[in-house]
Design a protein around this ligand. Structure first.
Ligand code: V47
Length: 377
């Protein structure tokens, strides 16, 4: 009789229980659908609870995408527009400040700012945006500009990464979001976003940010043309920089949304694939404190389930998100604090409002103050 061989997690379980690091080969083996998803989730949960106990974090945040006009044509992007496209827009300083005021009145602690690379806007336009928002609303943390924008600023000004980051930090930049990472392996990167900041540039910019005391996040866009090898390579590269600097706070796996993109023939990743990606990310990135289940793109149900598969953070209440909604995300535009805390409690976790740098937030309505850094196991 021929017996099917079911891959076993025993050796990996032992390593995870002993707090030992997984090799790239071990990590790659975990993408095999024959590896039991629930058992994988259980292991990821072990690490999650070791690091963050029963807490699940969220923040109150607002997005700002000041322009969608972009010189690049990444195949996965539904947000970008040409200058003369009817969809193309650029926000004025007044509109940007109004967004800041709305954010503060809604009690936001963070503004997440990313946008297109508008070829008729110079670096000063992007710098000024940070300056006017910070001057008007100094308590609002500005998590702004990915390495894709920073690399563009260096290209426009012929100045160094360090010079640009120092200037942005002086103007009020608080930290860098995790975008623009996509898939680092050149076999894929060259096909989906060949012109924008390459992998070395992405890492150089985060490394320099960390050296300057700026924290940052990291992402991975999965579920398009990449495979298990590319995803593993992506995670291992991130783990290496984190060993060097310790400057990353959170990892956010981003499920590809195909609508209105040049990859619209590809089906979007299933909830099982998203839970597996979260669990493997938690296991490989043993030196990251946090894993974010970004509810906007995972969908509320999968994000809630992900809290048992390695995730300890749901991102925020989120206002004015465009990048995913342009690509067909059907999630609501905003969640209330009551909604998000109910989702967390129903998943058996204890909700904790955090600021961008993972300090506990205490609030009464729109008035808030940050407390001690949150417990790290
Ligand atoms: O870099 C673009 C991705 C990213 C699509 O740091 C798409 O806290 C799926 O980085 N389908 C931007 N993904 C978003 C981002 C992010 C989100 C939430 C929190 C944080 C953080 C960062 O969105 C891009 C790209 O990888 N993206 N288009 C799409 N059609």
């Amino acid at each position: 009789m021929i017996r099917a061989i079911t891959p076993s997690l025993d050796a990996i379980r032992e390593k995870v229980e002993n707090g030992e690091r997984l090799t790239a080969a071990e990590a790659e083996s975990l993408w095999d659908p024959a590896i039991d998803l629930h058992e994988l989730g259980e292991l990821a949960n072990l690490v999650r609870e070791r690091k963050n106990g029963n807490f699940a974090y969220y923040n109150i945040n607002t997005h700002l995408n000041p322009t969608n006009v972009c010189v690049y044509r990444c195949t996965f992007c539904a947000f970008r527009a040409d200058l003369r496209d009817v969809r193309g827009y650029v926000m004025s300083d007044e509109q940007i400040l109004a967004r800041g005021r709305e954010a503060v009145e809604a009690g936001s602690t963070e503004m997440h700012i990313v946008g297109g690379l508008h070829h008729q806007k110079d670096y000063d336009w992007y710098l000024n945006l940070i300056r006017i928002l910070h001057d008007a609303y100094p308590a609002l943390h500005l998590k702004a500009w990915t390495p894709v924008e920073i690399n563009w600023f260096c290209h426009l000004t012929k100045r160094s990464i360090r010079d640009i980051l120092v200037e942005l930090k002086d103007a009020g930049l608080g930290s860098l979001p995790g975008g623009g990472a996509e898939i680092f392996h050149p076999e894929i990167r060259d096909k989906i976003c060949e012109h924008k900041a390459d992998t070395k540039e992405w890492f150089d910019i985060h490394r320099t940010a960390h050296e300057l005391g700026l924290r940052s996040n990291a992402t991975m866009l999965y579920g398009h043309i990449e495979n298990a090898y590319h995803r593993t390579d992506h995670l291992v590269r991130l783990r290496e920089l984190q060993d060097e600097t310790g400057g990353f706070q959170t990892f956010i796996p981003l499920a590809f949304h195909p609508d209105n993109t040049r990859l619209s023939h590809i089906p979007k990743p299933s909830p099982a694939m998203s839970l597996r990606t979260m669990a493997i990310s938690r296991l490989v990135l043993d030196n990251f404190d946090h894993m974010k289940a970004y509810w906007i793109m995972l969908g509320i149900g999968t994000a809630q389930a992900a809290l048992a598969y390695g995730a300890d953070d749901l991102d925020g209440t989120v206002r004015h998100e465009l990048i995913y909604h342009d690509a067909g995300a059907t999630t609501p535009e905003v969640l209330s604090v009551d909604d998000i805390t109910r989702l967390i409690r129903e998943a058996g976790r204890e909700p904790v409002e955090r600021d961008t740098l993972y300090h506990r937030v205490e609030r009464t309505g729109a008035t808030w103050r940050t407390m001690e850094p949150i417990y790290q196991g």
